[in-house]
Design a protein around this ligand. Structure first.
Ligand code: NIG
Ligand code: FE
Length: 414
């Protein structure tokens, strides 16, 4: 099955190979003007300029021709950090925040993650799956073509495993790559409020062995934060995960300078995520490592926090990615188009930098850089065709407009 996409104003993110982009390399987004692209089955088979097209092919070579009508064609978004599986929205807390409460205050009174945990414990597996599947369908229409999904709203052996089984079902059924992360250490559940070691023992001795045996996760995550898990506890839990083959990807430096970045780098984490509150040491440590810093501007926006210091991170030579953090508490949107706009508007990333961070670097943040995230022959045909727009910069500039005309995932139109 061969599909030809013609009349592409610009083919965006064209790369013969796909290294992680760090520092000044992030601004380099190679394009081909006035282009065509060939999809064969589920992968990108060829591309070139419209001038070359009649030299290389006849129209009978294709089962289908999709005119791009001078829209851009780019790699689908790679959303490397989400909490897509949850049982209920939390707009009541949203109102409490409007009235003046902070995220930490809401958490301290049993709201926040604990509120979501109570709902998850009472929800059926099918119901959780159906809800998450619907969310995923919406994200796919918005251009997301690879996704990471975390547990972390269960906080009991039974409920964490339930969440991970739901993620596994999504992984098996979805036509896009899905990675699963075990976030049992999201917060201490009420029943272990005064017995932290007891909950860590549960994670290490009861949850991780089953997760490994049933292959329920690719990564281990810990919310390393004052009032949540200390750097020492984070290290202990991550090391246990590593012993079962799970690489760390951790929540770090969100609300406080927590030491999370340093622990992540020490453990060779695939990524450290959030990074709203970075000091000099955290930035330099990250810059000197192969760990990716994943920025989640939608969370900073929604919690009215200072945005991540993207410019400083880039200028120090860090490798950074952008992700949505889609979750009911701090980022109830998985719209990666908005994430990219937010990164440009609030974090002063160039459009090219933001697009690279949300595609190729996002793919690397879930170890899929060899499969997706760029226009490369042999990679998955996970593509966004935009409406006819004047330039790449128009995408983040016209924030809030849906400029996605069509999405192709695994070689098939969504
Ligand atoms: O990534 N920071 C910790 N976890 C989530 C929020 C979870 C919640 O509030 O439900 C986050 O922002
Ligand atoms: Fe998160």
């Amino acid at each position: 099955m061969a599909v030809l996409i013609t009349d592409v104003k610009q083919l965006v993110g064209v790369r013969p190979d796909s290294p992680v982009l760090r520092g000044s390399e992030l601004a380099n987004l190679p394009v081909i003007d006035n282009a065509f692209l060939v999809v064969e089955d589920d992968h990108i088979a060829d591309f070139g300029t419209m001038k070359e097209l009649p030299v290389k092919y006849g129209l009978n070579d294709f089962n289908e021709v999709i005119p791009a009508h001078h829209g851009l064609v780019m790699p689908a978004w790679c959303d490397s950090h989400t909490h897509l599986v949850f049982a209920a929205s939390r707009e009541n807390e949203f109102i409490d925040k409007i009235k003046g409460m902070t995220y930490a205050e809401i958490a301290a009174r049993g709201g926040g993650i604990l509120n979501s945990a109570e709902k998850i414990r009472n929800a059926g597996e099918d119901e959780l799956f159906n809800q998450a599947w619907k969310r995923l369908e919406e994200l796919k229409r918005l251009g997301t073509g690879a996704i990471e999904i975390k547990s972390g709203y269960g906080l009991t052996v039974e409920a964490e495993l339930k969440m991970l089984r739901v993620i596994k079902r999504i992984k098996e059924k979805a036509n896009i790559p899905v990675k699963a992360t075990f976030l049992g250490a999201h917060t201490y559940p009420q029943e272990f409020r005064n017995n932290h070691q007891g909950y860590i023992d549960l994670i290490v001795n009861e949850m991780l062995p089953v997760i490994a045996k049933d292959k329920l996760a690719d990564y281990v995550d810990v919310f390393c934060e004052r009032g949540f898990f200390s750097p020492e506890e984070t290290e202990l839990i991550c090391r246990a995960g590593i012993s079962y083959g799970l690489k760390p990807k951790i929540h770090a430096n969100q609300l406080n300078v927590s030491g999370g970045t340093e622990v992540g780098v020490k453990l060779n984490a695939v990524s450290v995520d959030h990074l709203e509150t970075m000091d000099k040491n955290a930035i330099e440590t990250l810059a000197g490592s192969s760990t990716i810093g994943t920025l989640l501007p939608n969370a900073a926006f929604f919690l009215r926090m200072p945005f991540q210091p993207a410019r400083e991170l880039i200028d120090h030579g860090c490798a950074i990615a952008l992700a949505s953090d889609f979750n009911p508490g701090s980022a109830p949107s998985g719209n990666m188009n908005l994430v990219v706009s937010m990164a440009c508007i609030q974090m002063k990333m160039l459009p090219e930098e933001a697009i690279n961070a949300a595609t190729i670097n996002g793919a690397h943040a879930i170890e899929l850089g060899h499969i997706t995230g760029s226009i490369t022959i042999g990679k998955k045909a996970n593509l966004i065709i935009t409406k006819p727009i004047p330039s790449i910069a128009y995408l983040p500039y016209a924030f809030g407009s849906n400029l996605v005309e069509r999405v192709i995932l695994n070689g098939e139109p969504v």
